[in-house]
Structure formats: structure tokens, C-alpha cells
Ligand binder design. Structure first.
Ligand SMILES: N[C@@H](CCC(=O)N[C@@H](CS)C(=O)NCC(=O)O)C(=O)O
Length: 214
């Protein structure tokens, strides 16, 4: 199994699939293709039909798009979704909401693990996204989080989907209170999150268009 990813500092979609593969216990080869360099697009297209990362290659089968990859992995590692049907339905709902939404936060608070952009990126629309994410985290922790410190107790695809938001909150100095704040701290301390962060800090490529605030 191979997972094609982009820069660890910037590629939020790559992080989601990578965490799910790690949480599922898969042995996989990581192929990192730094984005937006000469040849990057051709290199990605040699693996990924969409021309985007992440893309999973399993025995010759290409599976692209982070949520499709998570679903594919969960078919082989069912523990990646909560066992309870109601919890699983909500985990899928909040994962889909992340996958298709929060455009304002994504545009103005791009994932950039190396930077400290505290105070940057705020607007009424971004604050509404932050409030909605905080409400999701509080709700999931209160209703489904009894068996562990993650959104649905045990680490699931839902945590992988919100992981880049955790790095964004760190970069942009967003500190939710209560259960959401405790969840953020738990996520940032997760060994795989720390390993990804170390990888981002070790990277030397910069994408000027993604360094939004200097
Ligand atoms: N909906 C896709 C989004 C993938 C995506 O936009 N990936 C970015 C990097 S995070 C990419 O490959 N950009 C390179 C390009 O557009 O050329 C997913 O969930 O995987």
C-alpha cells in the first residue's frame, strides 16, 4: 500500500488520509510530492487521476480524495468508524460537513504548521466557522465521547477529518474553552500528530502563495 501526499506543512487533505492509515494500523509507503514545484503536477498525475493528493494505491488500485480513502481504509479496518450505528452516522455527518464546508476558515486560515499567525485571518464568517466547529466538538464529546478522549471516544475518521483544524487553531491562536479545548490539546499531543508536525518542521520547501500572513 502506498499513500501519495503533499507537503506536510501545507497539505491538510493529505494529513487526514495519512492519520486514518496510521490509525487503521496499515503498513504503507509514504510518497511525498512537494506541491507547486516544476514537475509536481506531472508527478502527482502519474499516481493520482485527479491530479490531487492524497491518493492511495493498494495492489494497483488508485483511490483518491481524502474521504473516499478513509472509507476504503475503514472497510478493512472497521474500527476507524464508531461501532454504534447512531454514533457512526453522526461521525459520518460531521466528517462530510468538514469535507464540504468551512470554506471561510479554509481560505483565510490555511494550514501552515511552521508559522505563528496568532490574530490573523479573523472575520465574521471565519468566526462563524470556528463557532460551528467548537459546537461540533463539544456535542460529539458530550454525546459520544465516553470511551476515550476523541470525538467518538476512540480515535476515528472524524478525528482525522478535523485534525488540520487543530493545527490551524494552534497556528492562528484559537483556544476554545471547555471540552473542545481539552479535545484540541489531546489531538495536538497525539503521537501521529506530533510525528506529522515534526515532518512539517523538517521540510525545506515553501509555497509563497500559502504563506498568507508573511
Ligand atoms: N477533495 C480533495 C481535495 C484534494 C486537494 O485539494 N489537494 C491539494 C493539496 S491539500 C492538491 O493536491 N493540490 C495540488 C493541485 O491542486 O495541483 C480531498 O479531499 O482529497
Amino acid at each position: 500500500m502506498k499513500l501519495i501526499i503533499g507537503n506536510k506543512n501545507y497539505s491538510s487533505w493529505s494529513l487526514r488520509a495519512w492519520l486514518a492509515a496510521r490509525a487503521g494500523g496499515f503498513a504503507f509507503e509514504e510518497i511525498r510530492i512537494p506541491l507547486f514545484l516544476p514537475g509536481s503536477r506531472e508527478h502527482i498525475l502519474s499516481h493520482s487521476p485527479s491530479g490531487k493528493v492524497p491518493c492511495l494505491i493498494d495492489r494497483g488500485l488508485a483511490v483518491w480524495d481524502s474521504l473516499a480513502i478513509c472509507e476504503y481504509l475503514a472497510e478493512q479496518a472497521p474500527q476507524l468508524w464508531p461501532a454504534d450505528p447512531a454514533a457512526r452516522a453522526v461521525a459520518r455527518a460531521v466528517s462530510a460537513e468538514m469535507h464540504s464546508g468551512f470554506q471561510n476558515l479554509r481560505q483565510r486560515m490555511g494550514m501552515n504548521i511552521r508559522k505563528d499567525y496568532a490574530g490573523h485571518g479573523r472575520s465574521a464568517e471565519v468566526d462563524a466557522d470556528i463557532a460551528r466547529i467548537t459546537a461540533i466538538w463539544n456535542d460529539c464529546r458530550a454525546r459520544f465521547g465516553a470511551d476515550g478522549p476523541y470525538l467518538f471516544g476512540r480515535f476515528s475518521v472524524a478525528d482525522a477529518m478535523y485534525a488540520p483544524v487543530c493545527f490551524r487553531f494552534k497556528t492562528y491562536g484559537i483556544a476554545p474553552e471547555g471540552a473542545a479545548g481539552a479535545y484540541l490539546a489531546t489531538m495536538l499531543a497525539h503521537p501521529d500528530m506530533r510525528a506529522w508536525q515534526a515532518g512539517a518542521l523538517a521540510e525545506t520547501e515553501a509555497i509563497p502563495g500559502e504563506d498568507l500572513y508573511g
